[in-house]
Design a protein around this ligand. Structure first.
Ligand code: ADP
Length: 185
């Protein structure tokens, strides 16, 4: 099973992706987590990514694509994965198509949520986790970047007939249930 999960910042992608990947026995590959792990280990990649993440911008493709390619080459990803946070741009879609070559994505899950709800959630997360990209101004900027650069991917994957959309608002277990039903799990 090769799955992608998409949605605006704060829709709950990370939470649901972790639950779903565990249930399906496939690795959860989160580009945000990979960047944060690089930051924590103070790698060159982490230092490069930090400038963009702190500003609420996307990390350049030159950095992101190679990181994802490396991760997909690991043994545990050969029979399936749940990718969270990639692709986020049309250029990244082309790149991923090329990385997967003969195999393809089975489903793309969109977790939808309206702006005010996700801003409130992210501000709450900011107070709990001290993520440096969770101030209100940066959050609103990240929402705009998502609308401009990532939302168009929804239509693209819908055109391929593999899109499934579920509301990310509601209790964690209710959303998980809705996702399971939508994916026929
Ligand atoms: P969120 O979905 O709440 O924005 P993530 O943890 O998925 O949080 O991502 C955090 C940051 O990591 C993004 O704002 C961006 O700077 C960077 N990032 C993650 N994935 C990508 C990607 N595919 N392309 C470019 N930048 C990315």
């Amino acid at each position: 099973m090769r799955l992608l999960i998409m949605g605006p910042p704060g829709a709950g992608k990370g939470t649901q992706a972790a639950i779903l990947a565990e249930r399906l026995g496939i690795p959860h590959i989160s580009t945000g987590d990979l960047f944060r792990a690089n930051l924590a280990n103070n790698t060159a990649l982490g230092q490069e990514a930090k400038k963009f993440m702190d500003a609420g911008e996307y990390v350049p493709d030159s950095v992101t694509n190679d990181m994802v390619r490396d991760r997909l080459e690991s043994d545990d990803a050969t029979s399936g994965f749940l990718m969270d946070g990639y692709p986020r741009t049309l250029a990244q879609v082309a790149e991923l198509d090329e990385m997967l070559a003969d195999s393809s994505i089975d489903r793309v899950l969109v977790l939808s949520a309206d702006t005010d709800a996700v801003v409130a959630r992210l501000l709450h997360r900011a107070s709990e986790q001290q993520r440096s990209d969770d101030s209100e101004e940066i959050i609103r900027h990240r929402m705009n970047v998502y609308s401009e650069q990532t939302a168009p991917l929804i239509e693209l994957y819908a055109g391929r007939g593999i899109l499934v959309e579920v509301s990310g608002l509601g209790a964690v277990n209710e959303v998980t249930e809705d996702i399971s039903n939508a994916l026929g799990l």
